[in-house]
Unconditional design. Structure first.
Length: 340
């Protein structure tokens, strides 16, 4: 068995989409370094992430990103107790680059390897930022690949109360932005344009009067795209952005609030790239304040993809006695039970 010391320092690697990231995290919450090499500028010209290009660039970036993470943390491989890597969900080729690299490190350095779910990593970002967050809490995860309402009962006990039946929230932001002629990634662009407009166009809400916590963003996305395509007179792009944003955000906020209220839970945490959205934060803050619930928001760097969150999750997995991965570890595009 591996001899894991009292203090556990993890070198974490994340390559599930278009960020190549590595971090050194001590005891789950102390981020000694957090390096992110973004490929956004490479993919921007294609209007979205091209999987094959993402994989190739991860392969090029990984050695430098890992070296930088060690340097920033002022440690060497000799100070590392475990390697952690995102094994899913995400782009299969992109994941494989990180998994293969991490396996190589684990083998060469004789260090244990922890396979981490990207979704659980997004949730674990909360433990880095919010030292006072107590179980149980409701977590809304809204990213480019996932949208879910989760009841987090312990580090490793998480119920998926609802998830998207089609697109993820971030995917809808990106597609709507594209149809408005805005660059990738669309979320921050929509947010910026929406601030200049008013939510005057009413896009139908899905699942009206239905008693569950699932989302649907595909119908909303299509309604917006059709609205733009069928307009007979010039449209206000800012109003379209504001109206789409309002509709997307209210689904996320409403479901989280209903889940918390129905369970008497007093904390709601927001994770994932869409969690950076200011309108969502504003709406959730107001709804929580009215209901005596505390809302927890992450610093922007911990909302979007990073490796620090993977290092945090790996630590809590080790503490909970989860088994380390073998060299037969495989990357997975989709995770069992949505969160892995
Ligand atoms: O968590 P993340 O970095 O990657 C995935 O795991 O998917 O999320 C990326 C998504 C993109 O769709 C991006 O447009 C969206 O997060 N996003 C935002 C904002 N910032 C990033 N969406 C809405 N408002 C934002 N401010
Ligand atoms: Zn993510």
């Amino acid at each position: 068995m591996y001899d894991i010391g009292k203090d556990i320092t993890v070198l974490a690697i994340e390559s599930s989409c278009d960020e190549t990231a590595a971090a050194v995290v001590k005891n789950g919450t102390e981020v000694l370094s957090d390096v992110i090499a973004s490929q956004i500028d490479i993919h921007k010209r294609f209007g979205g992430v091209v999987p094959e290009i993402a994989s190739r660039n991860h392969t090029l970036a990984l050695p430098n990103v890992v070296e930088q993470a060690l340097k920033d943390a002022a440690v060497t491989f000799g100070n590392i107790d475990a390697i952690a890597v995102t094994y899913g969900a995400g782009l299969l080729g992109a994941l494989l680059t990180g998994v293969s690299y991490a396996k190589g490190l684990s083998c060469a350095l004789k260090l244990p390897l922890m396979a981490v779910s990207h979704v659980r990593g997004h949730i674990a970002a909360n433990y880095i930022a919010h030292k006072d967050l107590k179980f149980p809490y409701i977590c809304i995860l809204a990213s480019g690949g996932h949208s879910a309402v989760l009841e987090v009962k312990d580090y490793d006990i998480i119920d998926v109360l609802g998830s998207t039946r089609d697109d993820a929230a971030g995917e809808a932001f990106d597609k709507v932005a594209r149809s408005l002629g805005l660059p990738y990634p669309g979320g921050p662009e929509i947010q910026r344009l929406a601030a200049e407009g008013k939510p005057v166009i009413s896009f139908a809400k899905p699942f009206k009067n239905e008693n569950h916590y699932d989302f649907s963003f595909s119908g909303l996305k299509t309604a917006v795209v059709n609205y733009i395509a069928n307009a007979k007179t010039p449209i206000s792009k800012a109003d379209v952005a504001a109206s789409f944003q309002a509709a997307a955000v209210s689904q996320l906020s409403d479901n989280a609030l209903r889940a918390a209220k129905s369970r008497g839970i007093k904390s709601i945490a927001l994770s994932g790239g869409v969690g950076a959205n200011l309108k969502l934060r504003e709406e959730l803050s107001a709804a929580c304040a009215q209901n005596g619930i505390k809302a927890y928001f992450l610093p922007l760097r911990l909302c979007t993809d990073n490796a620090a969150m993977i290092g945090a999750e790996a630590y809590f997995m080790i503490k909970k006695g989860k088994p380390f991965a073998g060299l037969d570890l495989d990357a997975k595009a989709n995770l069992d039970g949505y969160i892995g």
